[in-house]
Design a protein around this ligand. Structure first.
Ligand code: F3S
Length: 395
């Protein structure tokens, strides 16, 4: 591949894989069983990124393992209704076409593990999208580094990645023991906890002991997303919950200990001094069917005062439509928005100024990436804000 015997597109991909391997001191490559590609929104890619993808596809780049895509900059079907400008939409469609030409399914979701891309324990994969990387490593026990857009794509085209970082046993040991002593009452509390841990440990691996809460698997997506946003955590362990922590002692002998007994610093950091709410965003990472069902029950028969966008994967949106949840949410004035996320959509063009969210990751990024003033709180409070157009400042 590196010698160009399989063509220039594969040669280019192998050059990227090998260059990364050299930088990080890898001694071999490992085959990957799946890839999650990021760098999909035209808002982030721009014309240069689109040209790069088109050129690679035209050279004959094709993926050789199952490959899924991160969110795009818009709902690929309902972009007009959402007010996305046509010029942006056409360019976004061209990006998706380039990926399609490479054989990539346009799942356009940051929760590929909810739509069929579910690597098994110990499998090597090459995923981009920090929240998905965190879920794959920590909750599924698969092995991936935090890939970037081109490096993930290169792994998909070659079917291989360089064996360094989290592909190796020794780098999966935790360097921090995080003793959590406060109650965790909601998914927002898990996000707040993740925010505080990420800030402290940066890109290290933490091992958490949670005394008062036994999270089911899905709320862990919120915890991992926050840690990966305020820090660069790609793997964490939760005592008695995540798979590697059940199989082995994952604490490094010299692990530093830290105690978290209060989540209020996270709520203080992630809340702006606003009460009037224009838009409520749920689904960061993308909402599961269970989350959508819960929202449908909460808004049934009511009328929303603020816009409510629930971002999710298209497959989940279709299931929500079949189950009747979508009709209930739309009757109240909310929307299920597929294929996209508020951070990568051109949201500043849509006139929203303030946002309420139950996601610490969204609360962390929305001010800088989307120019919004943000309130962060549990789902219940966010839905109350959607119903009244206001979020009281007591959190
Ligand atoms: Fe997904 Fe966007 Fe949040 S990519 S994790 S919905 S910031």
């Amino acid at each position: 591949m590196l010698a160009g015997e399989q063509g220039p597109a594969i040669q280019k991909a192998m050059e990227i894989v090998v260059a990364l391997g050299k930088i990080y001191g890898a001694t071999k490559l490992v085959p990957v069983t799946s890839v999650q590609v990021a760098g999909v929104s035209y808002k982030n890619l721009g014309q240069a990124g689109l040209d790069f993808l088109r050129e690679w596809a035209a050279e004959g780049a094709r993926v050789r393992v199952p490959t899924t895509l991160n969110p795009a900059g818009m709902d690929l079907q309902a972009w007009r209704e959402l007010g996305i400008p046509e010029t942006f939409a056409r360019r976004q469609e061209a990006v998706i076409e380039a990926y399609r030409a490479m054989g990539i399914s346009p799942t356009c979701s940051c929760t590929p593990y909810l739509v069929g891309n579910v690597p098994g324990f110990g499998e090597h994969v090459a995923w981009a999208e920090s929240s998905a990387v965190s879920f794959a490593n920590s909750v599924l026990g698969a092995r991936t580094n935090r890939e970037g857009g081109p490096s993930a794509l290169a792994a998909a085209i070659t079917g291989r990645t360089a064996a360094y970082g989290l592909h190796l046993d020794e780098n999966r040991l935790a360097r921090y023991l995080v003793d959590v002593r406060c109650p965790l009452r909601s998914e927002a509390d898990l996000g707040a906890l993740g925010y505080l841990i990420g800030q402290k440990v940066r890109n290290a691996v933490p091992y958490l002991t949670l005394p008062s809460f036994h999270p089911s698997i899905l709320p862990l997506k919120t915890l991992g997303a926050a840690m990966a946003a305020s820090g660069a955590v790609a793997l964490y362990h939760v005592a008695g919950v995540t798979p590697e922590a059940r199989h082995a002692n994952m604490l490094a002998p010299d692990a530093q200990r830290m105690v978290i007994a209060d989540l209020s610093p996270a709520y203080a950091a992630l809340n702006a001094p606003v009460e009037k709410i224009d838009l409520v965003s749920i689904g960061c990472p993308h909402a599961s069917l269970e989350e959508i069902a819960e929202i449908a029950r909460a808004v049934e028969g009511k009328r929303l005062q603020a816009a409510l966008w629930i971002t999710t994967a298209r497959q989940i949106k279709e299931k929500a439509a079949e189950a009747g949840y979508m009709a209930t949410i739309e009757a109240a004035g909310g929307r299920l928005v597929a294929d996209t996320c508020l951070v990568v959509a051109p949201i500043d063009a849509l006139g929203f100024r303030t946002l309420a969210t139950n996601s610490a990751k969204m609360a962390f990024y929305a001010p800088s990436h989307s120019g919004l003033q943000v309130r962060f709180g549990p789902l219940e409070q966010c839905l109350e804000a959607a119903l009244t157009g206001r979020m009281k400042r007591e959190t």
